[in-house]
Ligand binder design. Structure first.
Ligand code: 5RP
Length: 219
């Protein structure tokens, strides 16, 4: 497991242990999830119904022969990657700009299985810029408010989310109290959702590194 791709595949393969044919499954997005979809397609023979957190994931799943549900129902398991994850199973997500729907599916699920390579494991969240989805009309206002919270927001120019909104990538925020920051940012008018996953943490974390797999199971 020397390369990052090998590690992503190993973490994704381990996640298959947490699902079976009856599992009501939700799937996030990103390159680690791409590995999971490939393995799932092989193991499930590309049958079944799943809920996808992004249009891209839905297209991949449908191409592999799965049926995708349009709206989020109750889920047994949600599998997704992360941009950062700490020892308390709090995450930063949204590098792909899909964190709003990802959070909805994570909240619909009984168990959130997070699959990462060990470059994503951090002692403290905040090196990766925090993705904040905003209504286009609120971009400047939200940027000013995020600056007042200590951040340095940058517009992800040219990128439109699946919900038709824009993303501000915010560096420099103090995420020592990630739960409070998650709540505070979501009170800014025009903010749709931010990429802190502290209120809804992972239940299972699968970390793949050159030394092997580490599985933290808090279900
Ligand atoms: C997308 C996300 C992804 O889960 C996150 O960016 C991880 O992606 P990758 O597996 O490619 O590193 O939050 O919005």
């Amino acid at each position: 497991m020397d390369t990052q791709l090998e590690q992503k595949v190993a973490a994704a393969r381990e996640a298959l242990r947490f699902i079976n044919k009856e599992t009501r499954l939700g799937i996030g997005s990103g390159s680690t999830v791409d590995c999971f979809i490939n393995l799932l397609a092989e193991s499930a023979g590309s049958r079944g119904t799943v809920t996808a957190a992004s249009e891209r994931t839905a297209r991949q799943l449908e191409t592999a022969g799965f049926k995708c549900l349009e709206t989020a129902q109750e889920l047994d398991v949600y599998v997704d990657g992360a941009d950062e994850i700490d020892d308390n199973r709090q995450m930063l997500k949204g590098g792909g700009g899909a964190h709003t729907r990802e959070k909805v599916l994570a909240c619909c699920a009984r168990h959130f299985v997070c699959i990462v390579d060990d470059k994503k494991s951090v002692r403290r969240l905040g090196r990766f810029p925090l993705a904040v989805e905003v209504l286009p009309v609120a971009r400047s206002y939200a940027a000013r408010k995020l600056t007042a919270l200590g951040g340095n927001p940058r517009w992800r120019e040219g990128f439109v989310t699946d919900n038709g909104n824009w993303i501000l990538d915010v560096s420099g925020l103090d995420l020592t109290d990630a739960t409070t920051m998650e709540k505070n940012i979501n009170t800014i008018a025009g903010v749709v959702e931010n990429g802190i996953f502290s209120l809804r943490r992972a239940d299972v974390v699968i970390v793949a590194g050159s030394g092997g797999l580490q599985v933290i199971d808090k279900r």
